[in-house]
Structure formats: C-alpha cells, structure tokens
Write a new protein. Structure first.
Length: 213
C-alpha cells in the first residue's frame, strides 16, 4: 500500500475550501498558481499533492473548478454523509453538539453518550443522552461511522474501546491522550493545547520555517 503524507491530505482540505468558494463566486477555471497563492504554498506543491491521486486538468489550461472540486470531494470521501456520535457530553461535547453548521459539511450528529447518571436520559439537541453500553446496538441500527471522544483524559481509552467494540472505524479524539486502537481504526487527534505549544515554539524560533512537505 502506498503512503500519502498527512500534510497532503490537510492541504487537499484547504484546496477544496478554496474551490468551493470559487465555485460559489461563479468562477469556472483556476490554476495551480492561483490555488498555491490562496493556500500559501508553492504551485509545485499543489501539483505534487494532486499527482498522488491521478492527473487533473490540462497542461497550460489549468483546472475546471467544478470538476476538480468534485474530484477532491470524492478523494476525501465527501460524496456521502457520515454519521457521528459524541462520547462525553460535558462542556466540550455539548458545545460541539450545539454547532449549527455540522450537517452542512456532511457530518451528521446522530447520538450522544455519557456515563454520568445525571446526564443519561436528558434530551440534548433533540437526542436523549444514552449510556455507552448502548453503543453496539445504536451503531448497528443507525449506521454510525465516526465517534468523537470528549471525555476526560483518564477515560479516553475506555471511550475508545467502547467505540471500537461497537465497530467504529474513525475516531476524532479531543482528549489529550494517546489512545490505542486496532490497525483498521483511524484516530485523528484534535489538541488545541498542542497547537499552542507549536505556536510558542515557532514564535520563539522565528528563524525556523515550518516544514510543509
Ligand atoms: P467535562 O468534564 O465537562 O466533560 C466530560 C464528560 O465526559 C462528562 O460529562 C463525563 O461524565 C463524561 N465521561 C467520563 N467518562 C466517560 C466515559 N467513559 N464514557 C462516556 N462519557 C464519559 O470535560 P470537558 O471540559 O468537556 O473536556 C472534555 C475533554 O476534552 C477533556 O479531555 C479535555 O481535556 C478535552 N478538551 C480538548 C480540547 C481540544 O481542543 N482538543 C479543548 C477543550 C477540552
């Protein structure tokens, strides 16, 4: 199996956002130079990122915006909605579940889970909060694809184990903990404190340019 840098996938998401805006503005054509300028990378980088997935556009003529946008959506798996559950309905879980534009991005919250007896049974955003014991049945019946982990650090592995047992293959982990999962499960960490630490490093070392490749 070939490998693709994580940074490439992150940039594809950026290119898609740019293409969506261009399409909304009725712009039909773009180029690697234009995408590069908007994404603040080199045109070579844009071409290299896209080349992992095939040939797009024609030399000299650039890219048709709707076609490239459709291709990137296909590559990123955004041609179907993804059903999401949130594990841990404390401050962060509730804030995320309240985000109004979720489904606009094809990620649809379908259920909320918590172990706290004071929260289980409460209705939140139209859903009754369930105990994680219900996960296997719920995932099977509702066709859940992705689990968000928004539990305290000490409970993150337990929450991940419950998601894996229920058959979930993708986890967005907000807890500041490395979690162990089987090889066929992908974990994407979201850690704003780690981001702050990277920021403080780069502010303190302005001579070091971020490695983009
Ligand atoms: P919180 O204490 O308000 O909520 C945590 C919830 O998880 C509680 O309702 C608790 O009952 C529930 N819980 C505990 N163990 C559980 C389990 N095994 N299964 C299901 N539910 C369980 O905490 P918070 O402030 O919402 O933070 C949640 C997590 O998110 C923490 O790990 C925190 O460090 C992290 N966090 C991450 C970011 C980020 O950017 N990634 C930002 C803020 C907080």
């Amino acid at each position: 199996m070939s490998t693709i840098p994580t940074a490439t996938i992150s940039r594809l998401v950026t290119y898609l956002r740019i293409l969506s805006r261009l399409e909304a503005q009725g712009i039909k054509k773009t180029s690697s130079d234009h995408l590069a300028e908007e994404a603040q990378v080199s045109a070579f980088q844009v071409r290299k990122d896209l080349a992992y997935f095939g040939r797009f556009g024609t030399r000299g003529a650039g890219y048709a915006v709707p076609t490239l946008r459709r291709e990137l959506r296909r590559i990123l798996g955004l041609t179907r909605p993804w059903n999401v559950v949130i594990i841990g309905m404390g401050r962060l879980g509730q804030a995320i579940s309240d985000y109004p534009n979720f489904d606009q991005y094809d990620f649809i919250p379908k259920g909320f889970f918590d172990t706290d007896p004071a929260l289980v049974g409460q209705v939140f955003g139209g859903f009754e909060i369930l105990h994680p014991d219900e996960l296997p049945r719920f995932v099977r019946e509702k066709g859940i694809d992705i689990g968000f982990i928004t539990v305290p650090q000490a409970a993150a592995q337990e929450a991940a184990d419950a998601l894996v047992r229920a058959g979930i293959k993708g986890i967005l982990n907000f807890a500041p903990a490395v979690i162990n999962v089987p090889a066929d499960v992908h974990v994407e960490p979201v850690d704003f404190l780690a981001g702050l630490k990277r920021l403080s490093f780069y502010i303190q070392n302005p001579q070091l340019k971020e490695e983009l490749a």
